[in-house]
Design a protein around this ligand. Structure first.
Ligand SMILES: C[S@@+](CC[C@H](N)C(=O)[O-])C[C@H]1O[C@@H](n2cnc3c(N)ncnc32)[C@H](O)[C@@H]1O
Length: 245
């Protein structure tokens, strides 16, 4: 293990605070088979900077070439096992979907689901979402940005790891086209309040349901196992919807 920050950087470790931790990347046999046979078809190969989940800041994705057409683009960050994005991509073949996730088994499960449905309008990117929004996506290229059930990091001393911050809102404003939409959902009510505050304070966004208001449940989101767990634990699910001005 590195002992100093510069050693860490040299050895390919991150030295910045991110919203995820390194987890075991072990795949089950079905995920492994899907990954071996189909990752190339779905998972984008991008140049990296320091860590395996980074993106070289000089890289910009050619969205039309990636999907082989020009269509409205939906980006889900923290797509987990891919339940929501695969369901949505199947339901809306006229739109293109990019799932951004750092967790390899989640991506492999998403590949497995996508091959079972023969999807052609879905691609996956294994990368830190902040870097994807900051540089990898062209400015104003995203029609809808989705963040569903980001890790709540509920202990106060871990709040700095939360994905939805004023800095992320700034990056989202760069990536979403004017008139585009940012949807969020969480089962952690204090995080929902914080999201309302953070995105509401960004002058590039307007709350689609009035300042400080929550949105009705987004019908385009299939009920995921994560959401079900929230329900089972008696937690209230909050949806939010913002419009990029
Ligand atoms: C609590 S899970 C929710 C997954 C999924 N959205 C759902 O509703 O089932 C949060 C996911 O976000 C991913 N994640 C956290 N920070 C991320 C980041 N900076 N970039 C990409 N993915 C991230 C985690 O790996 C994890 O899979």
């Amino acid at each position: 293990m590195p002992e100093t920050l510069s050693e860490a950087r040299e050895q390919g470790f991150r030295t910045d605070i991110v919203s995820f931790v390194r987890r075991s990347g072990r795949l089950n046999p079905r995920q492994q088979r899907a990954w071996d046979d189909h990752a190339e078809q779905f998972v984008l190969d991008v140049p990296r900077a320091v860590a395996r989940t980074s993106v070289d800041p000089g890289f910009v994705l050619d969205v039309a070439a990636t999907f082989g057409r020009s269509a409205p683009l939906v980006v889900e960050i923290g797509s987990g096992l891919g339940e929501a994005v695969v369901h949505a991509a199947e339901a809306a073949p006229e739109r293109d979907f990019l799932a951004v996730e750092v967790y390899t088994p989640g991506l492999a499960q998403t590949v497995l689901r996508a091959t079972q449905r023969g999807l052609t309008n879905l691609r996956l990117l294994q990368a830190n979402a902040a870097e994807v929004l900051a540089t990898a996506l062209p400015e104003g290229s995203v029609d809808e940005l989705w963040v569903f059930f980001p890790d709540p990091w509920h202990k106060a001393r871990h709040h700095k790891r939360r994905l939805v911050t004023p800095e992320l809102a700034e990056l989202a404003a760069r990536a979403i086209r004017p008139g585009g939409t940012w949807r969020l959902a969480t089962d952690w009510s204090e995080y929902a309040d914080r999201m309302l505050e953070v995105v509401g304070a960004n002058p590039s966004f307007e709350n689609a349901h009035g300042a400080g208001a929550v949105a009705p449940r987004f019908e385009g989101r299939v009920l995921t196992s994560f959401e079900n767990k929230g329900h089972a634990a008696g937690r209230v699910i909050t949806d939010l919807e913002f419009r990029r001005l």
